[in-house]
Design a protein around this ligand. Structure first.
Ligand SMILES: Nc1ncnc2c1ncn2[C@@H]1O[C@H](COP(=O)(O)OP(=O)(O)OP(=O)(O)O)[C@@H](O)[C@H]1O
Ligand SMILES: [Mg+2]
Length: 247
């Protein structure tokens, strides 16, 4: 039996009385890669933000490490950013810091690592994503794919329990997509617990253990990736897969 890393129970999220997430329940197991796919506006980003409490749920619970995150105090949530790493579509690197500094800032400030220790660990993760040679470069001199690989190293340097990716390749030029997907694939092979919102259907199919198809604030279909892509149960899933594979 695999251990559950995160359990969602009937998570809802409303903005100004408008319900965007309409009761999401499900589990993410340790060492599992969950891909979340679905049409634009279906609530995928909202769900990630609700789970990591950047914009917590309106109702329902998110159980992580035995605690309902919707009930714990601010103090505990301060440490959540260390435990649930986040990689965004837009990289969000600090432009006035070098690649190395981008990776060491969090560990130094939050984990109070010495400069030497933080640099050593950062170089390890930069090597892992193939960016060690650019340690002293500034973000503006990097391609989108390189920036995203630095952003992944930065997330890894916090030694998170879980990594969330929100469309990590959507802002990239097509020629840069592969190098980022390759890094994420390697992380999956290390059996890291990851949740990846993506429009890359082939990637989801190959790398994800489990897929949630979201539409209109709900999980319409949950299945292992092979079944979901080859024998979808729901009409919405069929239509969605057909549509995106035509693009
Ligand atoms: N802060 C907010 N205030 C009001 N409405 C919001 C807010 N954030 C998201 N929404 C609404 O919630 C809905 C779902 O948005 P969300 O960004 O989660 O979709 P998505 O599935 O990530 O879409 P995409 O594939 O385009 O990224 C949208 O209708 C959006 O306008
Ligand atoms: Mg989104």
């Amino acid at each position: 039996m695999s251990k559950v890393a995160i359990e969602l129970k009937d998570v809802t999220k409303s903005f100004d009385g408008n319900q965007i997430l309409k009761g999401i329940s499900g589990e993410i197991d340790e060492g599992q890669v969950l891909a979340i796919i679905g049409p634009s506006g279906s609530g995928k980003s909202t769900l990630l933000r609700a789970v990591n409490q950047l914009a917590g749920p309106t109702s329902g619970s998110v159980v992580f490490e035995g605690q309902d995150l919707t009930k714990v105090g601010k103090q505990s949530l301060n440490h959540l950013g260390e435990k649930i790493g986040m990689v965004f579509q837009s990289f969000n690197l600090f432009p006035n810091h070098t690649v190395l500094e981008n990776v060491t800032l969090g560990p130094r400030r939050v984990k109070k690592l010495s400069e030497e220790q933080a640099n050593q660990e950062a170089m390890h993760y930069l090597k892992q994503v193939g960016m060690a040679e650019k340690a002293n470069a500034y973000p503006e001199s990097l391609s989108g794919g390189q920036k995203q690989r630095v952003a992944i190293a930065r997330a890894l340097a916090m030694k998170p329990k879980v990594l969330f990716f929100d469309e990590p390749t959507s802002a990239l030029d097509p020629e840069n997509v592969g190098e980022v997907l390759k890094v994420i694939q390697q992380l999956a092979e290390e059996k890291r617990t990851m949740v990846i919102v993506t429009h890359e259907m082939n990637f989801a199919r190959q790398v994800a253990d489990k897929v949630w198809l979201m539409a209109d604030g709900q999980i319409v279909e949950e299945n292992d990736s092979k079944t979901l892509f080859t024998a979808p149960k729901e009409a919405i899933t069929k239509r969605f897969i057909e549509q995106v594979s035509l693009v």
